[in-house]
Design a protein around this ligand. Structure first.
Ligand code: ADP
Length: 397
């Protein structure tokens, strides 16, 4: 059966068409700059690339373009919309209600709407995407796959903040965690590589991209993760600060910064960009550091140091760690960064093999020495495939 996976953002619609259960990608595409006169759309299949530039002023117009490209007589991936048996959708926030992928119905749409205030930039376009897919494909299953769902197993000790209970009870302030489809995907793959049952592995999964988070997985279940109520907490990211003393916010507020200013500073002007003053891209910063840019070198050191601290704390949480997994653009490709993160950890049982580390760029494999007690894996993530698998499973059970 054919499964179409959507990842709908505020100004982009990404999609991938799979033949399941073979997991073959039939088409891969995106619409960029939705809401603008100078929008574009691209679809790739094995045989052709179609690209158009045109005004795409809203979501319905974006979906109409996708339909035309998929059904193109010469270069399209399908002959009729009825070939698509189900759609899977990435939904960023599932709140406390959704602990797994769900079949969309009216109740579920209301649920997604209800937690939108926790992810105001993400959930509304995710929901619009679901509704447009319902309109376009009629009566086929639509499956919602939540970024927060894998973290539902986190115990209260780890998900509660030490603030008065009423903030949790009334306002639902707690750790939710994100990147769940990715952490789950690589944890399951690591179990296969370790030759263990998926519920028998203890791993630390490091998803390092523009947004970064790290998760402690015990017996295949997430038991702690670095992102919190929002995707701002935890690791240093491309433009996000990650952890900081909340007192800094009061201090800056008293200096005249509004909540909007602070939001912009911490989400868009901090992290690697804020520290280096030049770039949010690890590759650029490594180039600059090599040429003697001290701020670039410091930004990379602070980025790595924060991850080391989390790895250490999650080792204490898990006690037994079978593997540390690197994924995401930086985790999969950044061998220098991986070396920086895991340097001098031999007393903790972690020893990177320099040569293996260098040769594992963007491909799956182990990169530790024979003496290392803890295995270190590079595992490319594939969130779309994880969504396609869940969608296939849910429509065939
Ligand atoms: P997103 O979170 O937007 O999905 P990605 O997972 O694609 O981001 O990661 C993007 C980041 O990956 C870039 O900012 C870049 O710093 C990093 N990256 C890509 N290739 C390399 C590389 N060869 N070495 C180091 N970092 C890399």
């Amino acid at each position: 059966m054919k499964v179409l996976v959507f990842n709908c953002g505020s100004s982009s619609i990404k999609f991938k068409l799979y033949q399941m259960p073979e997991e073959k990608v039939l088409a891969d595409g995106s619409v960029q700059r939705v809401g603008h006169d100078d929008a574009s759309a691209t679809v790739r299949t094995d045989l052709a690339i179609q690209h158009i530039e045109t005004a795409i002023l809203d979501y319905p117009a974006g979906f109409a373009v996708i339909k035309d490209l998929l059904l193109d007589e010469e270069r399209g991936a399908i002959g009729s919309l009825s070939e698509v048996a189900a759609c899977g959708h990435r939904v960023v926030h599932g709140g406390e209600a959704f602990g797994g992928s769900m079949l969309v119905d009216d109740e579920l749409e209301k649920g997604i709407e209800a937690v939108s205030e926790l992810a105001p930039l993400h959930n509304p376009p995710n929901l619009t995407g679901i509704r447009e897919a319902e309109r376009m494909f009629g009566d086929i299953p639509q499956i919602a796959c939540f970024d927060t769902a894998f973290h539902h197993s986190i115990p209260e000790t780890a998900y509660r903040y030490a603030i008065p209970e009423s903030f949790y009870k009334d306002l639902h302030i707690r750790r939710y965690g994100f990147h769940g489809m990715s952490h789950q995907f690589v944890a399951r793959r690591a179990a296969e590589l370790l030759g263990k049952h998926k519920y028998a592995v203890n791993v630390i999964t490091c998803h390092l991209g523009n947004g970064s988070s790290i998760t402690a997985v015990r017996d295949g279940h997430s038991v702690d993760t670095s992102m919190g109520l929002t995707p701002l907490e935890g690791l240093v990211m491309g433009t996000r600060s990650g952890d900081l003393d909340p007192g800094i916010l009061f201090f800056l507020h008293r200096k005249g910064y509004s909540t909007t200013d602070l939001d912009t500073v911490l989400n868009k002007k901090s992290g690697l960009l804020g520290l280096s003053g030049t770039s949010n891209d690890v590759r650029d910063l490594e180039e600059r550091a090599k040429k003697g840019d001290k701020n670039a070198a410091l930004a990379l050191d602070i980025f790595a140091y924060r991850i080391r601290k989390y790895i250490g704390s999650y080792m204490a949480v898990l006690n037994r760690v079978d593997g540390i997994i690197f994924t995401g653009g930086i985790g999969e490709n950044g061998s220098d960064m991986r070396a920086r993160i895991l340097a001098d950890m031999d007393q903790l049982g972690i020893e990177l093999d320099g040569q293996k580390n260098k040769t594992h760029i963007g491909k799956t494999g182990e990169i530790q020495t024979d003496a290392s007690h803890v295995k270190v894996f590079v595992i490319p993530t594939n969130e779309e495939l994880a969504i396609a698998r869940d969608t296939y499973k849910m429509t065939n059970s």
